[in-house]
Design a protein around this ligand. Structure first.
Ligand code: G1P
Length: 291
């Protein structure tokens, strides 16, 4: 069934403390960590915009104001760049500017889990379908990963999550789907479980940090039921939509880097540098020196 409402909204949960990256994240938000020369938050926003998203809600916490500043006009900086004739840098800043009013923020006052973070954005979501992007999951895709989900949403008119196959030994780190029939890159989702013990996992198809959900998920989140790790899990509320609404996994095309993890973050630096014509030769030399 084709989608009834266009997908224009995205929620970005960015309240996490980033304790795995201390001391880098003592003062700075973890979503400001750069990969080559761009912060993680900006990769996420650009990916969403490439999918037609126009309205953003950052679910923030204390000390996260710089995430909004990143998308503001930097008046002093632009004046200095103009005075110095740095047109290339100015053009780059202008190209990435968002129209006024594109970002709103809400605060998750206490860290009660991803489901709770999404519930904090309920007034923004209202009655509309919405995307979720977890900026820690950095995607390298020819077609924006959120665009791939948006296409699947437009086709199915229901909930879609990006999924990938992982080795069985690590399924307990993720949300895992119980897969039904597969058509092309779409897998029917018959069940969802958050961080199951390996022996109880219904498959090795895991949910990554990209979703398009229907607003009805908020009703389930409102019950504030605790799940894995005693947190209010998004996965548990998503599972409750199965049966009453279409629910599919999208076997997305591309690669994911877990930038919440130090090794994943370092690998992202290498992969993104190698994908950039201006950086690839230097990075190849570096890799040769350290082989
Ligand atoms: C969250 C979700 C999980 C998902 C993962 C993807 O877990 O709860 O279902 O598989 O993101 O990155 P977290 O990494 O926050 O523990």
């Amino acid at each position: 069934m084709p989608a009834k409402k266009p997908l224009k909204k995205a929620v970005l949960p960015v309240a996490g403390l980033g304790t795995r990256f201390l001391p880098a994240t003592k003062v700075m938000a973890k979503e400001m960590l750069p990969v080559v020369d761009k912060p993680l938050i900006q990769y996420a926003v650009e990916e969403a915009r490439a999918a037609g998203i126009e309205q953003f809600c950052f679910v923030t916490g204390r000390g996260k104001v710089m995430l909004v500043d990143q998308f503001d006009v930097a008046v002093e900086l632009e004046r200095t760049l103009t005075e110095r004739g740095k047109q290339k840098e100015l053009d780059m800043l202008h190209a990435q500017a968002l129209p006024p009013g594109s970002i709103i923020t809400t605060r998750q006052q206490v860290p009660l889990g991803l489901g709770h973070a999404i519930w904090c954005a309920r007034a923004f979501i209202a009655d509309d379908p919405f995307a979720i992007l977890l900026p820690d999951d950095l995607m390298q895709c020819e077609v924006s990963c959120t665009r791939q989900l948006a296409d699947a949403y437009n086709e199915t008119g229901g909930n879609v999550v990006a999924v990938e196959e992982v080795p069985r030994e690590i399924v307990n780190r993720y949300g895992v789907i119980d897969p039904g029939a597969t058509t092309g890159n779409l897998v029917e989702v018959k069940g969802l479980v958050e961080k199951p013990p390996i022996e109880k996992a219904p498959s090795n198809l895991t949910v990554i940090g990209r979703y398009v959900l229907m607003p009805e998920v908020i009703g389930h989140l409102s019950k504030m039921e605790r799940g894995a790790g005693n947190e209010i899990q998004l996965t548990d509320s998503m599972a409750k939509l199965i049966g009453s609404q279409p629910f599919h996994g999208v076997l997305y095309q591309g690669r994911r880097f877990d930038c919440g993890d130090k090794a994943g973050y370092l690998e992202a630096q290498v992969a993104f540098a190698l994908a950039r014509p201006d950086m690839a030769p230097a990075m190849r030399e570096i890799l040769k020196r350290h082989a």
